[in-house]
Each structure stands twice: as structure tokens, then as C-alpha cells.
Design a protein around this ligand. Structure first.
Ligand code: ADP
Ligand code: MG
Length: 486
């Protein structure tokens, strides 16, 4: 690898999950329905049906285009990509090729990888419809058309990434953008993200920006997880290095390969000469739509605060450490939970500690996600209040937290149920302190001889009598005062 550098370009497909309906039909954009029940005639390309462009999908796609510093087209238009496959009932996909101009052209994204800033050029971003999903089993393949027509954003980068780590860091950043901007859950477990990965090797020292210097591009299709992207890139770099060593790289043809999750290898699918001609033409059933400057300005003003902005605010406004702030914004669900807890009056540092250590620690240990828990920001704020008002100790709070996490109970309910309420009734503690003193005349003698540390022992006796519910600070102070009176 010493003499070569990897050039990696990604084609990242992400479903837009945050619209009510599909991109050209009134079918719901949802995953809940039974197979093949969420389909409209237009999704199947029935004769006489016409697509209607979903304005919200366009708005979200334009927002992504702006975040990626792309140029937005003057007119929105769509194209037909013609091919036959069972998951594509119409025989064509409505998409956008790069002519005249897709929803985003020539942008860039700066992201962090191992603490270093990297910038990748975005070639284009386009809006298209998803195909149906195929469910393979030993009996055969079942096709579910519910997914046909779900809005999909495809982002194409220039080959500016140089390692598997960089590619994954880029994808993580995009995922965060899609989530924070309210465009998509961007959940690869739900199949919302799929990538094609392009890899070649170039001799070091050559000008990377000049395509003439790039090696032969190998495209790896349909990698469905970030882990898969990492493994596929590392495998492909090794494979190409071996070809170079064997003197066979130059005769290698441009080709499309498939990532095989099971064997962890890429497999030959087709070579460039067999490339499919999709016979693109402008979709005749959708007129070109003028994108007004006023609407574009409106969308720009609607871009929500993204992860970085929120992180800065946590550090500057709440005094949270960079380390913790990074954890809090890692998932939008954490950041939202955090901000809501604070808006309910909880101390920002306490809330941060509870979320970054106890909440995330528990999720990790119990293998749960934010969707699995019953703890709400309200409950966390209540728990923090119970500690700061001295009603329970921090140690007790940990027990309460463990219970509240998934039981559906509120902290106050758990405290009551477990009889945990800390005793902060001063009169009651004075009474108990005197009971303890009455029972320990010899200890009082020791105190009078100068062994003042017996106060600790006597405080311990108060804690014992109250089964640990006495407020420890108050118990100690009361004992110190009461023994003096003897
Ligand atoms: P095609 O016309 O074959 O689809 P594109 O030029 O559209 O190819 O590029 C598709 C993807 O391949 C882009 O992400 C691009 O950055 C990447 N790519 C192009 N050439 C190379 C190369 N030599 N090495 C690695 N990636 C490449
Ligand atoms: Mg292409």
C-alpha cells in the first residue's frame, strides 16, 4: 500500500422517511402495513394513472441539497430510467439523471475522521422513487410492493475518500444530517440506507483531482450496512493490491461486483461492456416545475439546528465537556431527550451526566434502544429534582433509575413503593439522635475525652435506625449538635 492510495466514491441511497405519502402517489410512506396492502395503481404503473409530485419530499430533498452546499436547479424535472425487474412493476424508475440538473449539483461536505477534518466533493444529489422489496427464502422470492414509490435520495460523491474509516465517517455524518434535518430516520436496520461503493487505486504522488490519474473503477453494489461498507472497501483494496503485485491490475476491466456478506468477499457481476443502457428520457407525465427563489429562501430558513450546532451550544451555554457533548449529539434521539429534560428545569450538567453515563450505559448493557424505554424527559427531570431537594440520595437514585427505565413507573411512584423517601424532617432526626445518645452513654464519655470522631459512629446508628432513609448530611450535623448538649 506504500506506493498506492485508494480512491473511494460513494453512491448513498437514503429513503426519505419523514413524508406522509410516497413520492408520486397517495399511498402512505410507512412500514407498518401488511405486505402489498399499501400500493396505489400509479405505483404499479397501471395505464391511465399519472404521478403527482409530493411537495414535501421535494422540500426535504432541497433542504438536503442546501445543507450539502449544492446548487439547486431553476426547474425541477424528472427522468425515466428504463429497465425490467420484478421489483420495478412499471418497467422504469422515475429518477433524475444529471441533465439538465438534478435537485443538487456540485456541493461539498466537511466531516471529521479520527479528529481530522476531511472534505468530500458532492457530485450530485437526486430525488427518485424506491423499488419494491424482495424477500428471498428457500421456497422462492416474495415481492412486497409497499416500498415501490417511497421517496429516495441518492447522493453521489467524487472519489475523495481514501480509506474505509473515512467512508464510514462520511456516512455517519450524512446519517446525522438526515436525522437532525428531519429528512429521514436514516436507519440501516430498516433498510433505509443502501450504498454502492466505488474503489480504485492510484500511484501516490499523482494529482488526485485529475481523473486521468485514477485507476480502474470497481463498483460494489448494494452494501446495506456501514459495517459492510467498511469490510467491502478493505477487501477490495486488498484484492486490487494483489492484482498489482501479480502485474494484472492494468488488464483489469472496469466492472460491477457484488458484496457477499456471508463470505466477506466481493463477487464479479458484470463488466463495463455489459453495462445496461437505461435509455433515459425526461418523464413526460411530470411537467417541469419552476422552483421560486422565495420558496428556496423559505426552505433555507427552515433548516433545523444540526448536530454540530447543538454540540457547540451544549459546550458554550451549558458548560458540558466536549467529550460528553459529542456523545449527546451522536443520535438525535439523545439530543432531543437531553434538551427536553433541561427545558423542564433540570440542571444541564446533571441531566448530561444521567444521560451519558446511566441512560446510555443501561441501553448498552441491556441491548435496548431509545424506542424500548419508558423513561421520559419528565421522569428524568423529576429524578434529578428528588436528588437535589434531598428527598433521596444519589445512591438511591441509581436504584430508582434502574426501575424507572422500562417499568412505566414514575420516580415518585418508585420512591414511595420502596419506602425510600429520605428523612429530612429535622425534628424527627433530633429525636432519633437523642435515642441513639441515650443508648450509648459510654460513647458520650469517649467524646468528652476528645474522641470527636465517634460522631461518625453515632451518625451511622441514626442511619441504621432509619434504615438508611435519613438525609446523611442532616443526620451528621444533628448528631454533632446534640452530643455537644450532653
Ligand atoms: P458511472 O458513469 O459509471 O456511473 P460515475 O462517474 O457516475 O460513473 O461515478 C460513479 C461513482 O464512482 C462516483 O461516486 C464516483 O466518485 C466514483 N468513481 C468514479 N471513478 C472512480 C475511480 N476511478 N475510483 C473510484 N471511484 C470512482
Ligand atoms: Mg452514475
Amino acid at each position: 500500500m506504500d506506493n498506492y492510495i485508494a480512491l473511494i466514491g460513494l453512491e448513498m441511497h437514503c429513503e426519505i422517511s419523514e413524508t406522509n405519502t410516497k413520492v408520486f402517489s397517495s399511498a402512505e410512506n410507512s412500514y407498518k402495513e401488511d405486505a402489498n396492502t399499501n400500493v396505489r395503481p400509479v405505483d404499479m404503473g397501471f395505464p391511465g394513472t399519472l404521478p403527482v409530485v409530493n411537495k414535501e419530499a421535494v422540500r426535504l430533498a432541497l433542504m438536503a441539497s442546501m445543507i450539502l452546499k449544492c446548487t439547486q436547479p431553476e426547474y425541477l424535472y424528472f427522468e425515466r430510467k428504463n429497465y425490467y425487474y420484478p421489483d420495478l412493476p412499471k418497467g422504469f424508475q422515475i429518477t433524475q439523471e444529471t441533465k439538465p440538473a438534478p435537485i443538487g449539483s456540485y456541493g461539498s461536505l466537511t466531516f471529521e475522521c479520527h479528529g481530522e477534518e476531511k472534505t468530500v466533493r458532492i457530485n450530485n444529489l437526486h430525488l427518485e422513487e424506491d423499488a419494491a422489496s424482495s424477500d428471498h427464502s428457500p421456497e422462492g422470492t416474495r415481492i412486497n410492493y409497499n416500498r415501490a414509490g417511497v421517496p429516495l435520495l441518492e447522493l453521489v460523491t467524487e472519489p475523495d475518500l481514501h480509506s474505509a474509516d473515512e467512508a464510514v465517517a462520511f456516512l455517519e455524518t450524512m446519517r446525522s444530517i438526515y436525522q437532525y434535518a428531519g429528512i429521514s430516520e436514516a436507519d440501516s436496520k430498516k433498510g433505509q440506507i443502501r450504498c454502492d461503493v466505488n474503489v480504485s487505486l492510484m500511484e501516490k504522488g499523482k494529482d488526485m483531482k485529475d481523473p486521468k490519474n485514477w485507476g480502474t473503477k470497481i463498483e460494489i453494489k448494494n452494501v446495506n450496512s456501514f459495517g459492510g461498507v467498511r469490510d467491502a472497501i478493505n477487501y477490495e483494496i486488498e484484492r486490487q493490491l494483489e492484482l498489482i503485485e501479480d502485474g494484472k491490475y492494468d488488464e483489469m476491466e472496469q466492472q460491477t461486483r457484488r458484496w457477499d456478506e456471508e463470505t466477506g468477499t466481493t463477487k464479479f457481476m458484470r463488466s463495463k461492456v455489459d453495462a445496461i443502457d437505461y435509455k433515459y428520457f425526461v418523464e413526460p407525465n411530470i411537467p417541469k416545475i419552476k422552483l421560486s427563489k422565495a420558496w428556496l429562501d423559505e426552505i433555507k430558513a427552515q433548516i433545523p439546528r444540526l448536530a454540530n450546532e447543538r454540540k457547540e451550544a451544549y459546550i458554550n451555554d451549558y458548560g458540558i465537556s466536549e467529550y460528553d457533548a459529542t456523545i449527546l449529539v451522536k443520535e438525535k434521539a439523545y439530543a432531543d431527550f437531553y434538551e427536553e429534560t433541561i427545558s423542564l428545569g433540570a440542571d444541564p450538567k446533571a441531566a448530561s451526566n444521567w444521560i451519558t453515563t446511566n441512560l446510555l450505559g443501561s441501553l448498552n448493557k441491556l441491548e435496548l434502544t431509545m424506542d424500548d424505554i419508558t423513561l421520559t424527559p419528565d421522569m428524568l427531570a423529576e429524578l434529578i429534582d428528588l436528588i437535589s431537594s434531598g428527598k433521596i440520595s444519589s445512591k438511591q437514585a441509581k436504584d430508582v433509575f434502574a426501575d424507572v427505565l422500562t417499568s412505566g413507573k414514575t420516580p415518585k411512584e418508585v420512591v414511595k413503593e420502596k419506602g425510600m423517601e429520605q428523612m429530612s424532617d429535622a425534628g424527627e432526626i433530633v429525636k432519633i439522635a437523642n435515642e441513639v445518645l441515650d443508648e450509648n452513654p459510654d460513647v458520650i464519655e469517649q467524646y468528652k475525652k476528645g474522641r470527636t470522631n465517634v460522631v461518625d459512629y453515632l451518625t451511622g446508628q441514626i442511619m441504621k435506625k432509619t434504615k438508611g432513609t435519613a438525609n446523611p448530611g442532616l443526620a451528621r450535623q444533628t448528631m454533632a449538635e446534640e452530643i455537644e448538649k450532653r
